[in-house]
Design a protein around this ligand. Structure first.
Ligand SMILES: [Zn+2]
Length: 148
């Protein structure tokens, strides 16, 4: 799977593309209370401090917190699909689409491990540039584990 997304447009404000072409989710972490949030924050919404927010890259491992199976959507959107909320292991929660999983509640257990992946959305922006977005996929066991 290609990981160089140089020249792509982020499909959501929390997505950044590094100088190496690798996308990541920008986040904010509060050094006072330790809470982590997707996107840039001026203040912590947990403890309300304004001077303790630092920019971080959110992790790419998480667990399925909750989901809904979408059966009706906009024209052109393939259904059914799984709209998920994922709690990231290193902090923060994201909403997004879970791919490569059957849209069947029996196969989507609570806390199912997932990976955050970045993919071409198949759509293009005003100058013809493609969009990259993040998605969730079931975690691949014992493969490409970077660290313990
Ligand atoms: Zn805080």
């Amino acid at each position: 799977m290609a990981s160089d997304f140089s020249g792509f447009l982020p499909a959501a404000p929390v997505i950044r593309i590094g100088d190496d072409g690798r996308p990541f989710i920008a986040g904010s972490r509060c050094s006072n209370c330790g809470n982590t949030f997707p996107g840039e924050r001026m203040a912590c919404s947990a403890c309300c401090r304004r001077d303790t927010i630092e920019a971080v890259r959110l992790g790419t491992k998480g667990k399925l917190y909750n989901y809904t199976i979408v059966h009706r959507s906009y024209p052109g959107v393939k259904v059914p699909f799984v709209a998920a909320i994922v709690d990231l292991d290193e902090g923060g929660s994201l909403r997004g689409t879970l791919l490569e999983a059957e849209p069947d509640p029996a196969k989507l257990p609570p806390d199912m491990p997932v990976d955050v992946v970045f993919r071409d959305t198949g759509q293009t922006g005003p100058e013809g540039k493609p969009f990259v977005s993040y998605f969730f996929v079931p975690a691949q066991p014992a493969q490409a584990q970077g660290e313990a």
